[in-house]
Design a protein around this ligand. Structure first.
Ligand SMILES: Cc1cc2nc3c(=O)[nH]c(=O)nc-3n(C[C@H](O)[C@H](O)[C@H](O)COP(=O)(O)OP(=O)(O)OC[C@H]3O[C@@H](n4cnc5c(N)ncnc54)[C@H](O)[C@@H]3O)c2cc1C
Length: 319
């Protein structure tokens, strides 16, 4: 069996779990075994039915009141105990912040190696893997050892594709958990602004960096984004200077975006920013410096002052 951990937030599926299942199907086929989905918390049990379309034939629901909210050590203890009871060939999860954190805990609890952000797997006694390193700036080839292989799947690499299994049988597992597993847990939440399009899901993102010059300077970016039904993001400089809130940051330590079009304004294109935006289908860079890395990597570039280019663009769009 291959255990595939289905990431969710209070019962809402993270679609990157479906990307994980694409690679899990290949690993399961090469190992000659099936995929068993792990659903952590009673509030995720309803997701089992949806998974039949993605090659899952069995699901285990880790049932415990404390698991409905994310708590990394507790979620990991549930996964580790399910693994001990079933001895899977591999455990796979999403290469998201949550998936990587969870699997690091699982690795520590099972005393096994874990590989994060994997893009390719060739199975064997050890697995030959390719994984993304340094925030996406290089691929590393490595061997993954252990009687259970633990890995997370790099986001936005695998295509989500359907592979009907014919149905999912569901069983319940009750993990043994105590207070020490809940030292870190979600205790409260702040809701995002109601009508705001999320950066991670926006089809169009207008990004601003130091070149925007001030918090007020972002007004023209907000206007363009609103006109095109998109979202506004910022470089770390823009968030560090307080021009935008941290949740607007694009990059290695911010949000990874994959819009149809990213309009990068006054952003130099440092590697830490690039890894967050390189999943964009097309990039338009606006910058006074034609040699800025963002300009040389973009599909389209306008050399000029963003405070002249953007108003001209907005005026044309309004026409
Ligand atoms: C561990 C670590 C993590 C990091 N994580 C992130 C991250 O998640 N996201 C991130 O963005 N950065 C991150 N950084 C910071 C990153 O290295 C860069 O410092 C940052 O991305 C630069 O931001 P910038 O492009 O806005 O500023 P700058 O590099 O200063 O570039 C400003 C650009 O604006 C242009 N410009 C100036 N005026 C105008 C104008 N009027 N019109 C048009 N163009 C103009 C300039 O030519 C220049 O190219 C991280 C760094 C470290 C060390």
């Amino acid at each position: 069996m291959i255990l595939g951990i289905i990431e969710h937030d209070r019962g809402q599926l993270n679609n990157q779990s479906l990307e994980m299942l694409t690679l899990a199907r290949q690993v399961a086929a090469d190992e000659g075994v099936g995929i068993t989905a792990v659903l952590i918390g009673n509030n995720s049990a309803h997701l089992a039915d949806n998974l039949a379309a993605y090659g899952v034939s069995q699901a285990i629901v880790a049932s415990h009141d404390g698991l409905d909210e994310y708590a990394p050590a507790a979620w990991a203890a549930a996964v580790a105990q399910i693994a001990q009871a079933n001895t899977p060939k591999a455990i796979m999860a999403t290469g998201t912040d949550r998936g990587n954190e969870l699997m690091a805990h699982v690795a520590a609890q099972l005393n096994l190696a874990m590989a994060a952000n994997v893009t390719q797997v060739t199975v064997g006694d050890s697995y030959d893997i390719t994984r993304v390193r340094w925030g996406g700036s290089l691929f590393e080839e490595a061997k993954l050892h252990g009687n259970i292989k633990l890995l997370t799947v790099a986001p936005l690499v695998q295509e989500v594709s359907e592979a009907p299994s014919g149905g999912v049988t569901v069983e319940t597992f009750s993990p043994e958990l105590d207070d020490k597993h809940f030292r870190v847990r979600v205790t409260s939440r702040e809701a995002p602004e109601a009508d705001k399009i999320s950066l991670a899901e926006a089809r169009l993102v207008v990004g601003g960096g130091r070149g925007v010059g001030s918090a007020e300077g972002f007004a023209v970016l907000d206007e363009l984004a609103e006109l095109l039904n998109g979202a506004v993001g910022g470089s770390r400089v823009a968030t560090n200077l307080g021009w935008r809130p941290h949740h607007d940051q694009v990059g290695q330590t911010g949000t990874r975006i994959a819009p149809d079009l990213y309009i990068a304004c006054g952003i130099s294109g440092a590697i830490q920013h690039w890894v967050g935006c390189k999943g964009s289908k097309k990039i338009l860079a606006i910058n006074t410096d034609p040699e800025a890395p963002m300009m040389t990597k973009a599909d389209y570039a306008v050399i000029g002052n963003l405070h002249e280019v953007l108003p001209a663009l907005i005026a044309e769009l309004k026409k």
